[in-house]
Design a protein. Structure first.
Length: 300
């Protein structure tokens, strides 16, 4: 039986090299589509999936940032991500060499001073993908200027509010609930054809405001000493490459049958050694972001 594809112009963006083809088996059109970019494989997904091109998101980030008082932050090159042309967007490539996921970094140009005298910048990562793994979403991001440590707060926590920040005509609240949830430091919406810049900016303001709680939490960590329970949890739950970092090993010793924790340092100091390790020693894109999520939950 022959398998072929039928062009799907309603979900294709030739200006970006993105093509969608409906999968046909014999004479029957299935409910699946194949997505290609620059003639390279991206994904095979349900044909209800609507692509929001990464390029459309990147092209509007400066305008959205201006509306909420945030500016793009130039990313430092690291081995675990690919920097996009505008320098403030990091991405992940699939095994076919296609950049399928992106995270645009916006920060408040005014830093917060921490108890140790160091400065922290607070901002957002605005994420998107064309392979179905990420919907358009935003979450809290912090950046420690002295050592260029990054922290992605990507743990989802239910917030329980609704807001339509994409161009969608939908007055059915129950249907809208099934598509969109607004969460503490993380909002997401299934893909639609384009972004409503004003509505997106308004929603991102609330995400940024929620993110300010992390600055307060950082200050609390500076008043707390490390303890054995938290240290053991770090040793067991974080990947070995994350804890096998000299600044981490100064307070966390992991031997074959023993875990030793220096309880004289603050949790803030320990936290920073771990964000430093993840930032500078990250492995693959998804693996590193998963490690950030684990770190986020450990020190929450």
């Amino acid at each position: 039986m022959q398998i072929s594809t039928i062009p799907n112009p309603d979900n294709s963006f030739p200006q970006y090299g993105i093509e969608s083809g409906l999968i046909q088996v014999g004479n029957e059109i299935t409910n699946q589509q194949v997505i290609l970019k620059d003639e390279r494989f991206v994904a095979s997904l349900d044909n209800k999936y609507q692509i929001l091109p990464n390029e459309d998101v990147m092209n509007q980030m400066t305008e959205i940032g201006d509306k909420i008082g945030l500016v793009p932050m130039e990313a430092t090159p690291r081995e675990w991500y690919y920097i996009q042309p505008d320098k403030s967007v990091i991405g992940n490539q699939n095994k076919y060499g296609v950049t399928t996921k992106i995270a645009c970094i916006l920060v408040n140009p005014m830093p917060y001073e921490m108890p140790d005298g160091r400065e922290i910048k607070l901002g957002l990562t605005v994420k998107n993908s064309i392979d179905g793994h990420w919907s358009f979403s935003a979450s809290t991001f912090t950046f420690r200027t002295i050592c260029q440590n990054m922290m992605f707060h990507i743990t989802r926590q239910k917030f329980g509010a609704l807001g339509d920040y994409l161009n969608i005509q939908n007055t059915n609240l129950n249907e809208l609930r099934s598509h969109q949830v607004m969460q503490t430091s993380n909002i997401w919406k299934r893909h639609t054809r384009s972004l409503n810049v004003d509505a997106v900016a308004e929603s991102l303001k609330s995400v940024f405001s929620e993110g300010e709680m992390y600055i307060q939490r950082y200050k609390e960590l500076a008043t707390l000493n490390m303890n054995k329970k938290l240290g053991i949890a770090c040793a067991l739950k974080l990947p070995k490459w994350a804890t096998d970092h000299e600044p981490v090993k100064e307070w966390l010793t992991i031997e074959k049958d023993t875990i030793k924790v220096d309880e004289s340092i603050s949790q803030w100091q320990a936290f920073n050694t771990l964000t430093e390790s993840l930032t500078h020693n990250g492995r693959k894109f998804n693996t590193t972001l998963m490690a950030y999520a684990k770190l986020d939950s450990l020190f929450s």
